[in-house]
Design a binder for this molecule. Structure first.
Ligand code: SF4
Ligand code: SF4
Length: 89
């Protein structure tokens, strides 16, 4: 029998540093899973930052993180977040 390891799809958690954003929309446009949408809110610089629309769709590809010119967002693995919560609760 061939063992393929753990093939469960990865899930990400998106963390947005709202006030670093300059509202270019790259992260929204290029996310392959339509996880993000531009917010109607303004940040401290007067731009519309992204917000999470559907986190369950995030596959932890990290494209949004790589493409953001302002380093305004990063993605962590949902299962690692859960482990940290378990340790701290
Ligand atoms: S990690 Fe990938 S799927 Fe998740 S929000 Fe970023 S670009 Fe979209
Ligand atoms: S790519 Fe970065 S700067 Fe552009 S809208 Fe997204 S978070 Fe803001």
């Amino acid at each position: 029998m061939i063992y393929f390891g753990d093939l469960r799809p990865k899930r990400g958690v998106v963390h947005i540093e709202v006030d670093r954003c300059k509202g270019c929309g790259f992260c929204v446009e290029y996310c392959p899973r339509d996880v993000l949408v531009m917010s109607d809110e303004f940040n401290a610089k007067g731009y519309h930052p992204p917000k999470v629309k559907d986190i369950d769709n995030c596959c932890y590809c990290q494209l949004c993180e790589a493409i953001c010119p302002e380093f305004a967002l990063f993605v962590t693995l949902a299962e690692e977040e859960a482990e940290v919560e378990d340790r701290t609760s």
